[in-house]
Write a protein that binds this ligand. Structure first.
Ligand code: SAH
Length: 245
């Protein structure tokens, strides 16, 4: 009788060990040895971004490097490399990886630029920009998001990213003009102060519209602005001053 109980315990113990090993292998498959999700990130770049036509190697390398899962709330980490936007709290979202890559490529950054972002959100887009540009100035209107993004960007060593909490409508006049401006919340029309803060030869990418939105690329050449409509998109609305006018 005693022997049987002992055998039973041994069996349970071995089964436990087996299960533990299985779950370890599962984690390894998803997170690789450093827990950095490198495999999933490569798949994201190849299957979601390159296949849709993004080819700028600076952008592809940045998307390969920035650890997107660190910028999404804990419960969504397993989905961080999915082909979709994800909630980041406060009714806001982190954009779909392809859209981040597409907008970054449209800015035609070569390194050395000063970039302004309106809508820091999770801080992910700012990190991608910071991998390429010299300096990134980013403004977020929701205070807890601004604080959280600033903390993670600092922890990840991005000392070329400068965060500010406030309404991005007025841009960042003390640091203007900018080589490139990226807006990641949709205003019903293009905020004039941002256009003014664009350097000669500069590019701005911005989703414009309310329910139906279009990504618009603005270029400033000889003081003149040219606009090109790119693709239909769905961003959270830009709040603050723009909604009052
Ligand atoms: N670039 C972000 C996407 C954030 S979603 C990322 O990589 O995660 C858009 C963000 O714009 C939201 O966090 C929202 O709070 C912010 N936002 C909306 N209106 C704004 C405004 N007037 N000024 C600054 N940020 C604004």
């Amino acid at each position: 009788m005693g022997k049987r109980i002992l055998l039973c315990f041994m069996g349970l113990f071995l089964f436990g060990l087996f299960c533990q090993q299985l779950s370890k292998e599962h984690i390894d498959m998803n997170q690789d040895s450093q827990g950095s999700f490198a495999l999933e990130r490569r798949r994201m770049v190849e299957e979601q971004i390159m296949t849709r036509g993004v080819e700028d190697t600076l952008v592809l390398n940045a998307m390969m490097k920035v650890e997107r899962h660190l910028y999404v709330p804990e419960p969504y980490r397993p989905y961080a490399y999915n082909d979709e936007p994800l909630p980041i709290g406060h009714d806001q979202t982190i954009s779909q990886p392809y859209i981040v890559a597409y907008m970054t490529e449209a800015l035609r950054l070569k390194g050395g630029e000063k970039v302004l972002e309106i809508g820091t959100g999770s801080g992910y887009q700012a990190a991608v920009l910071a991998e390429i540009a010299r300096e990134v100035y980013t403004i977020e209107i929701v205070e807890p998001l601004a604080k959280q993004a600033s903390d993670i960007l600092q922890a990840e060593g991005y000392d070329n990213v400068f965060c500010r909490c406030g309404d991005g409508y007025q841009g960042w006049p003390e640091k203007a003009p900018f080589d490139a401006i990226i807006v990641t919340a949709a205003p019903p029309r293009i905020p004039e102060p941002l256009v003014e803060q664009l350097k000669e030869g500069g590019r701005m990418i911005i989703p414009v519209g309310t329910y139906f939105q279009e990504l618009v690329l603005l270029t400033k050449k000889d003081g003149e602005i040219s606009k090109k409509q790119l693709i239909p998109v769905r961003f959270v609305p830009m709040t603050g001053e723009i909604q009052k006018k």
